[in-house]
Design a protein around this ligand. Structure first.
Ligand code: GLY
Length: 383
């Protein structure tokens, strides 16, 4: 059974409270305030210290698609195609540049085992219609001369781009505020108040904030807000990713493309930072940066680009991917009138930002569930 919208909201009256100031909360909030709604975003800490800040910003619908994710690919590809217009709209709403880069992504291999895996993924992804190009090692070296000379063939994905997620976050926050939205930092939402199957607002400390619509977009923390019936507590858990950044010479960056190696990815930024990620760990909200993780990320990056050896490490950090039980996002209404979910984006939060913002704001403003997200309702976990 699908949850159908119960009402068409009156544009002039509803008060919308959004829990979470990541790319989902701010993206949806921005779209809704552009439509003229009164929107308040509540954030337990400072804005953007969650998964959006920690991410690598890869918009990789193609090379990140794994067996079992064929259906999700429709969603991620659709959102990937929305990025250019999303950026144009951001540009009209703020002066903050999110540093989108469209050089594409290379997936590389160093030995025959890795080459077999690369070939398998190339065939699997190509069969799904992902546009990929097989490059021989000379072509790879021409594209990226600093790669280890042992690099073999590679796959080039011309549509998998990147954005600087931290600038994106600042841009969305500014765009949201410019369109009339309000952000409340250091406001930890304790519970969502529900009466007679209708949302009434949220409770922060002991203070009640009335709202007609509550959007739960709290990333990996989405399952820890009190007040929800068990059936609609989003089945979302934190999946930890440790990362680090090296500082390249800004005038002579070592790579131009995003590069996926068998054990890491490398993302070059406009300011010369080289982002290296990421572990995938099931350890709850443990935020330790471990020697083992740094060792393996650096070993993999060094194997790829031997000249990183001399570069300074400028940052280490970790984030918590909000991962649902089936690794797909949870989007849309719930059985509680006025309570809407946008969470569980796992590895695809930045990539899915335009689609999440547009579909959820469309649902809230019209009461109609856009077809793209019909299958991503929380109801799918009922059985
Ligand atoms: N999408 C990259 C990551 O989750 O590490």
């Amino acid at each position: 059974m699908k949850t159908k919208s119960k009402n068409r909201y009156n544009k002039d009256s509803p008060r919308i409270a959004i829990i979470g100031s990541g790319v989902c909360g701010l993206g949806i909030g921005w779209r809704l305030s552009q439509l003229g709604y009164r929107v308040d975003v509540f954030e337990s800490e400072k804005i953007g210290k969650g998964a959006t800040w920690a991410a690598a910003g890869m918009l990789a619908a193609g090379v990140e698609c794994e067996p079992g994710e064929e259906k999700l690919l429709e969603l991620t590809t659709k959102s990937q195609r929305m990025w250019p217009n999303f950026l144009k709209d951001i540009e009209k709403s703020t002066n903050i540049n999110p540093h989108y880069r469209d050089e594409g992504t290379l997936v590389i291999a160093f030995n025959n085992d890795e080459l077999s895996k690369l070939r398998f993924n190339y065939k699997f992804q190509s069969r799904l219609g992902i546009e990929l190009e097989w490059l021989d090692k000379e072509e790879v070296r021409t594209l990226e001369p600093h790669l280890n000379s042992k690099t073999l063939d590679a796959v080039f994905s011309k549509n998998d781009h990147q954005v600087d997620n931290r600038f994106l976050l600042l841009a969305l926050a500014d765009a949201f505020k410019n369109s009339g939205g309000r952000i409340h930092e250091k406001h930890k939402v304790k519970s969502i108040k529900i009466e007679k199957e209708r949302v009434k607002g949220i409770v922060i400390d002991s203070e009640f904030h009335k709202a007609d619509i509550v959007l739960l977009a709290a990333g990996a923390h989405s399952s820890s807000i009190d007040g929800l019936p068990d059936s609609i507590i989003p089945p979302v858990r934190p999946v930890k990713g440790q990362m680090l950044a090296l500082q390249m010479d800004i005038n002579r960056p070592l790579i131009k493309h995003v590069i996926w190696t068998p054990n890491s990815y490398l993302v070059p930024r406009n300011d010369g930072r080289l982002i290296i990620g990421a572990t995938i760990e099931e350890s709850g909200f443990n935020s330790d940066i471990t020697a083992g993780a740094l060792y393996s990320l650096l070993e993999s990056a060094w194997r790829t680009l031997p000249t990183i050896e001399e570069l300074p490490v400028v940052e280490t950090w970790c984030g918590f991917r909000p991962t649902s039980r089936d690794d797909a996002p949870i989007l849309g209404p719930t059985e509680i009138e006025g309570l809407v979910l946008a969470t569980g984006h796992h590895r695809n939060g930045i990539l899915l930002a335009p689609l999440t913002a547009d579909t959820i704001s469309e649902y809230i403003s019209t009461g109609n569930i856009p077809p793209e997200i019909e299958d991503y309702n929380i109801d799918r976990f009922l059985n």
